[in-house]
Design a protein around this ligand. Structure first.
Ligand code: SAH
Length: 350
């Protein structure tokens, strides 16, 4: 892990902060910690901390994220950030306001190595893992923007595969839970289906929500849509989901991006129901969002509703999700920060 990235202000735990503040009165650690986490303020705005100390902290503990652009959609209810990391890689974060809640969708990696063909991040490839501080800071910065509309939920559904970056992802989960006060029921880790990662999550110390991006309920189709299925086929994945439910008493949810004539037929709904019903899993349906590298289209509204009704009749709870921010490429699967920038750079280099 790059030491530069590891030094950003939200990467330090309390002990590391105590070391940085050695020689200061003991209460300073709590003061700075409270300012950074509970209040979510900039270090130089911590007016209860002496100015010289503030300046020293700012210089040795930089922010991890520099805003490149901020785009809004859905009447200001969806806000997408493009951030520069300190080593030049780029990631995106999305804040979504709903009548009853506000949700931040965070990235866990710059890019992604899972190579799902329909996903823009997958198309662009993997850059690197994020540190815990880089994940936490996305939430702090979005929360600052949200203001009175308190951020209540966090979903790890931005760029990257969170279970492929388990350690830093889990440190971030703890920081969000312990220090930002977000309950385990309001934290959702979404995975492409990395079975060893699900097992680790099952043994972990906070029962967060687990979302599994299923998209296909037979191995032949899932091998095509989600290549990692070849390594961890459906029977292993389903067993891991059963264990997660048994141990944590949390229901698993299945994400299903409906692709016209690929996985939106009645037979697909029937196959999915066979898997979801015994698990009492909840299914989230979303029409596939268009991405540059994938020719197929999302299902029509009509097909989406029919698919939901078929699940309903088969005794499976399903919700149709709205596609937030699709016109600003902020919707599920459309985050591909840095890719265009890289293309430009390569062309310039020629
Ligand atoms: N790697 C994790 C989390 C990131 S993706 C995972 O796979 O779950 C977040 C969700 O968006 C996943 O369910 C993913 O399958 C879905 N997704 C990816 N591309 C999409 C697209 N083009 N349209 C709709 N959903 C998409």
């Amino acid at each position: 892990m790059g030491s530069a990235a590891a030094q950003s202000r939200y990467d330090l735990d309390r002990d590391a902060f105590a070391k940085v503040l050695a020689g200061e009165p003991a209460y300073r650690v709590e003061q700075v910690w409270d300012g950074l986490y509970r209040q979510g303020r900039e270090l130089d705005q911590l007016t209860n901390v002496p100015k010289t100390l503030r300046h020293r902290l700012v210089s040795i503990l930089p922010t991890a994220l520099t805003e490149v652009t901020r785009t809004t959609a859905d009447d200001g209810q969806t806000i997408k950030w493009l951030w520069d990391l300190r080593d030049g890689h780029r990631i995106e974060t999305v804040l979504m306001h709903y009548p009853d809640r506000s949700t931040v969708c965070v990235s866990s990696q710059a890019g992604c190595a899972m190579a799902c063909g329909f996903c823009a991040t997958g198309q662009a490839g993997f850059d690197r893992h994020l540190t815990a501080g880089e994940i936490v800071e996305q939430v702090v910065r979005a929360r600052r923007e949200a203001g009175d509309r308190r951020v209540s939920n966090i979903v790890f559904m931005g760029m990257g595969e969170p279970l492929a970056n388990f350690g830093p992802m889990w440190s971030a989960v703890h920081r969000l839970h312990d220090d930002l006060g977000i309950g385990a029921r309001h934290l959702t880790v979404s995975t492409v289906g990395l079975v060893p990662g699900i097992k680790r999550l099952t043994a972990a110390d906070l029962p967060v929500n687990l979302a599994v991006s299923l998209h296909a309920a037979n191995d032949a189709l899932r091998n095509r849509l989600v290549p990692i299925n070849r390594r961890y086929p459906l029977d292993q994945l389903i067993t891991a989901c059963e264990d997660y439910t048994t141990v944590t008493r949390r229901r698993v949810s299945f994400e299903w991006a409906l692709i016209a004539d690929v996985n939106d037929r009645f037979s697909d709904a029937e196959e999915l129901a066979e898997i979801a019903r015994p698990l009492r899993a909840h299914v989230n349906l979303i029409p596939l969002n268009a991405t540059p590298g994938y020719p197929t289209e999302g299902s029509s509204r009509n097909r989406v509703m029919r698919f939901r009704d078929a699940l309903d009749e088969a005794g499976v709870n399903a919700t149709v999700r709205d596609t937030r921010g699709s016109d600003i490429d902020a919707a599920c699967g459309q985050l591909r920060a840095g890719h265009e920038a890289k293309v430009v750079l390569t062309e310039r280099a020629r």
